[in-house]
Design a protein around this ligand. Structure first.
Ligand code: DGY
Length: 320
């Protein structure tokens, strides 16, 4: 029987599924598996189910000559050196679709919280600094009728855009390729990145982290945004130059930010961004609902079972 290693405690239905078909070893903890343990376990495995915090690279491959399939329990796969794995004939899979709606909900939660100063307001209530009502107290930005700019109009970007219909918003988007289905469905307008930045009241980033998108948002891009705009990032922290975002937010352009992802995760508590009242931060919880996480684990498990029983993977990552 083929053997797999699962690098974290994951929802039980996925372990049960794996055990029906394979010999299974699990790092049954919520903390990341130590690198040495990952390499040692991978050495005896035919497949691995890994998390976005596990690096799967040439060193891993050298330690794991038997591994034929790597199933990432995430849609993003910047933790995996896909070309190196492809070169050695190792199949790589991710978990698209099953987390789309959960992540789109979280993007909206950040957008709304940043626009209406919910965290700052919560702190004022909690700290007793809530003063008398006055017409200018804690003014935020209108969401209804505003312009939404989506950068990265894949599945998650489209799901975020779809929710904008309820807010009567104009939708602009920028993507590597035009998304004509989105244009037809929502009347979304395709724009250059700079035009999205200039025109949008809310810029939501959903691009994957690649060599092209690393550091894509810096001082130049923030300077193009409105001084009333809200910047939301639910993709990967490294698409943003954090220090430049900090300076930009301090200078008031963009007006606020909602961030689910950071350059370093967990981000240190002295990250200067966290000192700003106009930042709403979340600890990378885009897909953090029980149903999304269960479906992600199940999909990763199904990919392992398929490949190790000689079937094609359900959701392979292919080199583009
Ligand atoms: C992903 O899947 O890439 C998310 O960032 C984690 O759920």
């Amino acid at each position: 029987m083929a053997r797999v290693f699962v690098s974290r405690r994951i929802p039980q239905p996925a372990i049960d599924l794996l055990r029906q078909h394979l010999e299974v070893a699990v790092w049954d903890a919520l903390a990341p598996v130590p690198r040495a343990v990952l390499l040692r376990e991978a050495a005896q495995a035919d497949g691995v189910l890994v998390m976005l915090s596990d690096r799967v690279d040439a060193e891993f491959l050298d330690a794991a000559p038997r591994v034929r399939v790597v199933a990432n329990m995430a849609v993003g796969y910047d933790n995996i050196d896909v070309p190196a794995l492809a070169q050695r004939g190792v199949v790589v899979t991710n978990t698209p679709n099953v987390l789309t709606e959960a992540t789109a909900d979280l993007a909206w939660a950040l957008l709304m919280a940043a626009a209406r100063r919910i965290v700052e307001g919560h702190k004022a209530v909690e700290n007793g600094t809530w003063g008398a009502w006055h017409p200018f107290y804690m003014l935020g930005q209108d969401v209804y009728g505003a312009t939404l700019g989506i950068v990265g109009a894949g599945r998650i970007g489209a799901a975020i855009a779809r929710r904008a219909r309820g807010f009567n918003m104009r939708v602009l988007y920028h993507n590597r390729r035009r998304n004509e289905a989105l244009e037809a469905e929502l009347g979304a307008a395709y724009c250059t990145l700079d035009d999205v930045l200039r025109q949008a009241d809310f810029v939501v980033v959903c691009v994957p982290l690649t060599e092209h998108t690393r550091g894509m948002f810096g001082a130049r891009e923030f300077a193009l945004m409105k001084d009333t705009a809200v910047f939301v990032n639910v993709s990967r922290g490294s698409v943003v130059r954090e220090q430049e975002l900090y300076q930009a937010l301090r200078a008031g352009r963009p007006w606020a930010a909602g961030l689910d992802v950071f350059e370093v995760e967990p981000t240190p508590k002295d990250n200067p961004l966290l000192s700003l009242p106009n930042v709403v931060a979340a600890p990378h919880i885009g897909s953090a609902t029980l149903s999304a996480r269960t479906e992600m684990a199940l999909l990763a498990a199904k990919n392992l079972v398929a490949v190790l029983s000689g079937q094609p993977p359900l959701t392979p990552i292919t080199l583009t």
